[in-house]
Design a protein around this ligand. Structure first.
Ligand SMILES: [Zn+2]
Length: 153
């Protein structure tokens, strides 16, 4: 019964991604770009300055449940985000990745979300990107404005 395996796995009412997308204020929600089936959002608890996520709009399911169209939009937004980060912050590299399940470090279980974390030579190499230590050299609204400008340039 395919319906069961693709049914929402949690309550959308308490979902940070659904709330961000339906909130009506993209700047307050840190949403940088919207597409039909995915959106690009700043991580409110970044591991590095400019930490983005490309997220499926649909509540329910992760990488295994995503449609090809959703995967295409998510990865296109990963690329758009990386290009904007390159223009705005000139990183030396990126970590791009997916955590699925609490045991793997996922904070939200009901949307596929791909993390994009810019990296610089000499940055916090010894702090695991998915660990607990966070480095916040810039306020989120400043990052939002810099990346919004870079997305439009
Ligand atoms: Zn949701």
């Amino acid at each position: 019964m395919p319906y069961v395996s693709t049914a929402p796995t949690g309550d959308p009412g308490g979902c940070v991604f659904c709330n961000a997308r339906s909130g009506g204020d993209d700047r307050a929600a840190l949403i940088l770009r919207r597409q039909e089936q995915a959106f690009l959002i700043l991580n409110a608890f970044p591991y590095a300055c400019g930490h983005l996520m490309a997220v499926t709009a649909r509540h329910g399911g992760g990488l295994r449940e995503a449609s090809t169209a959703e995967l295409t939009e998510v990865m296109a937004l990963v690329q758009v985000g990386m290009r904007a980060l390159s223009r705005a912050y000139r990183p030396d590299g990126f970590n791009v990745g997916v955590n699925e399940g609490r045991v793997a470090g996922a904070g939200v279980l009901d949307h596929l979300h791909v993390h994009v974390v810019p990296r610089w030579n000499g940055d916090t190499n010894f702090i695991p990107v998915l660990g607990e230590v966070r480095v916040l050299p810039e306020a989120l609204d400043v990052t939002y404005d810099r990346l919004s400008a870079a997305l439009d340039s």
